[in-house]
Design a protein around this ligand. Structure first.
Ligand code: OFO
Length: 165
C-alpha cells in the first residue's frame, strides 16, 4: 500500500514520461520536415521508449492498489532553430528527468518505502544511459557545427542508431 503523497508523485512522473514521449515525437516531425530523416527515425523510436517508461509507472501504481491518473499533458515545443539546438533541449530534458527520478528515490527511501525505492532503481540506471546517449549525440553535432555535409553523416548515424534499437 503506497502513501497518498507517493502515489501523487508517481502519477506526476507518469505524466512527465507522457510529455517526454510527446516531446520526442514532436521533435521527430520537425526533423522529418527539415530533411533529417535519420534524426526523425531516432526520435520517433525514442518516443516509444518513453511510452514504455510511462507504462511501467502506470502498472506499478495500479499493482499497488492505487489509481494511475492521466492528467493534462503540456504541449511540447514544435519549432526549433537548428538540429543542434533541438538536441541541446533533449539533453536538458533528460537531465531534468534524472533530477525528478532522484527526488522520487530520495522521497521513497526517506519514507522507508523500499518497494518503490527498488522499483525506481530501473529508472536510475535508465537515466544514466539516456543522459550518456543524448550527450553523445549533442557532442557529435557540436563538433561538426552547421556544416550541412557533416550533418548529413550525423543524420545517417542516427538512422543506424534507431535501427539498432
Ligand atoms: Fe528519456 O527518460 Fe523517460 O522521460
Amino acid at each position: 500500500m503506497l502513501k497518498t503523497e507517493m502515489v501523487k508523485k508517481l502519477n506526476q512522473q507518469l505524466n512527465l514520461e507522457f510529455y517526454s514521449a510527446n516531446l520526442y515525437l514532436q521533435m521527430s516531425a520537425w526533423c522529418e520536415e527539415k530533411g533529417f530523416a535519420g534524426a526523425a527515425k531516432f526520435l520517433s523510436e525514442h518516443a516509444k521508449e518513453e511510452m514504455d517508461h510511462m507504462h511501467r509507472l502506470f502498472t506499478y501504481v495500479s499493482e499497488t492498489g492505487a489509481l494511475p491518473i492521466i492528467g493534462a499533458i503540456d504541449a511540447p515545443p514544435h519549432d526549433f532553430e537548428t538540429l543542434g539546438q533541438l538536441f541541446e533541449l533533449t539533453y536538458e530534458h533528460e537531465c531534468l528527468i534524472t533530477e525528478r527520478i532522484n527526488d522520487l528515490a530520495h522521497e521513497a527511501f526517506s519514507n522507508k518505502d523500499y518497494s518503490t525505492f527498488n522499483f525506481l532503481q530501473w529508472y536510475v540506471a535508465e537515466q544514466h544511459e539516456e543522459e550518456t546517449l543524448f550527450k553523445g549525440i549533442l557532442d557529435k553535432i557540436n563538433l561538426v557545427g552547421d556544416d550541412g555535409h557533416a550533418l548529413f553523416f550525423v543524420d545517417k548515424d542516427l538512422a543506424e542508431m534507431a535501427q539498432g534499437g
